[in-house]
Design a protein. Sequence first.
Length: 99
Amino acid sequence: MMALDWLGSPPVALLIYGLVIYGVLRALTGAPRRSSLYAGGELHTNGRSTPGYRPFFVFALFFAVAHLGALILATGAPSPIAVLYLAGLGVSLVALILG
């Protein structure tokens, strides 16, 4: 029993679990076909696409503000000023969404 204790260590268990999940998913999906390019069901165009990072930054800033606001509210004591803070947080999130 003592000789197999290393199997329960987190790095070994993670490696075994990852290999098992990889094998199961590989068996379920089958071998990939690489005969043509695939872009969401559409043929690949030769044009260069550069969408930019602005939509990502708006999305990231929204969740950063929402999560930090929730963290501040959760760690503070209940008070009437928390309602005012929550209203200001809501207004700032709506302003961020509307752009």
